[in-house]
Design a binder for this molecule. Structure first.
Ligand code: SF4
Length: 428
C-alpha cells in the first residue's frame, strides 16, 4: 500500500556508518512502525520491501519479529508509545493469532498510552468482516485500506487483487466490525488517466465517507513491472503536468466535500460537520503516527527494511543530533539473524547540522495547516529557523510561496503544488 512510502523515511545522507545509540528520556513520546513484508500478489508499481509467495515463512517471521521487539524493549521500552502503525505489505495476510502475538510483544515490552493510535493497513481483497472483528478485538482503532482507484480498468492496470465492488464491501465490513477511523489510499496520474475517471474515483471514495484520505501520484519506481512497461514503450510514462492538474482537481473536490487538507497528500473529514478547527492546527483525525514523521519526532521500526530515528535535541544539552538506522531487507536473512540472537540492523548514520535542520524544514512544511513550529525547531536544533534561513524565507515569502504566524511557517495555497521545489531550497 502506498502509505508505506510515508512510514519509511529514506535516508538523506549518503554517509552510512554504524553509530552508537543515543540515550533518550522517557518524557518524549515514541511511535512504532511494524513491517509485514508479505502480499498476496505484487502490484505492478510497487517497490516496497514486500513479497508474494512467502506464506511458508509467516510463522517463523512472526517469531523473529517478536524477538526483535522484545530485544529492543530493555533499551526503549520506558518511552511512552502513542502510535503504532502495522504496515507493509499486507498485514492482514497474517492470521489473527499471529497479529495478536505481535501486539502482545509490543504491549509486553513497551509502555503504550491508553489512547494509543493503533493502525493496521489492509488490502480490500484480503480481508472480511471476521478479520476486521479480530483487529478491533485486538485494540486496532484505525484502518488504512489500499483502495487506489474506483475504476476497474485502473485496478487491473495497477495489478490490484480486488475490484471496485470489494472497496465498498470492505469499508462496510470494517465499520460493522467497529472500526470507525478509516483511511483510503488513492493513486492518481496513471498513464493516460482521464480527468473524468479521477473525478469519479474521488467521488466514489467520498461517497463512502472515510474519516481520512491519502492521495498519491503514481511514481515509476525502478525494477518494477511498471518501469519495464514504460521502458519498452508498452505504456506511456506518467505525465507530470497531468498529475499536477489532477492534484489541483483533488484539492478543489476535497474542499468542496468539507475535508480538511492537513498534509500535502492527506485529508481529514472533520469529526462533526461544521465543527471549527483552528486554521493553524492539524485537525483531529489526522494520522498521529504520520504526524510524528512530519514533525521530525522519534520513531522505531521493526521488521526487514524498517527505519528508525531517535533525536537528541539541543534542549537536552549538547548540540542536536539524530541517529537513524535501518534493518537489512532480506526476509530469510532477517529471520536467520534474529534466530541466532543477532541484531537485524544493516546500517546507521548520524544526522547533524545543516542537513538535520533542512530535514525539519522540509518535513514540517509538508504540514499545510500547522506548518513548521518555530518553537519545535528551536527546541530540537537550538537555533531560530527565522534567523538561519532568513534570506530564503524572505525570497519565498516575496514570491507568495509561504505564510507565517508568530508560532509557525507553512506553504501558502500557491506554494502547496510547488512543494518539492520549495523544499529543495533548504538543502545545504
Ligand atoms: S498490496 Fe500492492 S502496493 Fe501494497 S504493499 Fe502489497 S504489492 Fe505493494
Amino acid at each position: 500500500m502506498r502509505l508505506g512510502a510515508c512510514t519509511i523515511i529514506a535516508p538523506m545522507s549518503s554517509q552510512a556508518l554504524l553509530v552508537p545509540e543515543l540515550p533518550a528520556p522517557p518524557s518524549r513520546g515514541l511511535g512504532i512502525y511494524v513491517h509485514i513484508p508479505f502480499c498476496v500478489r505484487k502490484c505492478a508499481y510497487c517497490d516496497f520491501n514486500t513479497y508474494a509467495g512467502l506464506e511458508a515463512l509467516h510463522e517463523t517471521y512472526v517469531a523473529a519479529l517478536c524477538r526483535e521487539i522484545t530485544q529492543a524493549a530493555p533499551t526503549h521500552g520506558h518511552r511512552k508509545v502513542d502510535s503504532v502503525f502495522i504496515g507493509g505489505g499486507t498485514p492482514t495476510v497474517l492470521s489473527g493469532s499471529q497479529l495478536a502475538r505481535i501486539l502482545g510483544a509490543l504491549r509486553a515490552g513497551f509502555s503504550m498510552v491508553p489512547d494509543c493510535e493503533l493502525t493496521v493497513e489492509a488490502n480490500p481483497g484480503a480481508t472480511d468482516q471476521s478479520r476486521f472483528r479480530e483487529l478491533a478485538d485486538l485494540g486496532v482503532n484505525r484502518l488504512s485500506l489500499g483502495a487506489q482507484s474506483f475504476q476497474e480498468a485502473e485496478l487491473r492496470f495497477l495489478g490490484r487483487i480486488h475490484g471496485v465492488a470489494e472497496l465498498g464491501t470492505a469499508v462496510d465490513a470494517a465499520r460493522a466490525a467497529g472500526l470507525q477511523r478509516i483511511n483510503l489510499d488513492l493513486i492518481f496520474g496513471l498513464p493516460g488517466q482521464e480527468r473524468v475517471a479521477w473525478h469519479r474515483s474521488l467521488d466514489a471514495a467520498l461517497a463512502l465517507a472515510p474519516e481520512h484520505l491519502s492521495l498519491y501520484s503514481l511514481i515509476v519506481e525502478p525494477e518494477t513491472p511498471l518501469a519495464a512497461w514504460v521502458a519498452s514503450g508498452r505504456v506511456a510514462a506518467p505525465d507530470d503536468d497531468l498529475a499536477a492538474d489532477l492534484y489541483e482537481d483533488a484539492r478543489e473536490r476535497m474542499a468542496a466535500a468539507g475535508y480538511l487538507h492537513y498534509e500535502i497528500a492527506n485529508w481529514v473529514r472533520p469529526p462533526v460537520a461544521g465543527e471549527a478547527v483552528d486554521a493553524w492546527t492539524s485537525p483531529p483525525g489526522a494520522s498521529r503516527h504520520n504526524l510524528r514523521y512530519w514533525r521530525n519526532e522519534d520513531y522505531l521500526g521493526f521488521g526487514p527494511g524498517a527505519h528508525s530515528c531517535l533525536h537528541q535535541p539541543a534542549a537536552e544539552g549538547a548540540a542536536h543530533q539524530a541517529r537513524r538506522w535501518w534493518n537489512l531487507k532480506s526476509v530469510p536473512e532477517y529471520i536467520r539473524r534474529l534466530g541466532a540472537g543477532q541484531e537485524p540492523e544493516d546500517q546507521s548514520e548520524r544526522v547533524v547540522g545543516a542537513l538535520a535542520m533542512a530535514e525539519s524544514m522540509m518535513l514540517g512544511l509538508r504540514l499545510v495547516r500547522e506548518g513548521l513550529s518555530w518553537a519545535a525547531f528551536q527546541r530540537l536544533h537550538g537555533v531560530d529557523a527565522r534567523e538561519c534561513y532568513a534570506p530564503i524565507l524572505a525570497e519565498l515569502s516575496e514570491w507568495g510561496m509561504l505564510e507565517s504566524s508568530s508560532s509557525a511557517l507553512r506553504l501558502s495555497a500557491k506554494g502547496v503544488p510547488l512543494g518539492n521545489q520549495i523544499f529543495s531550497r533548504f538543502l545545504p
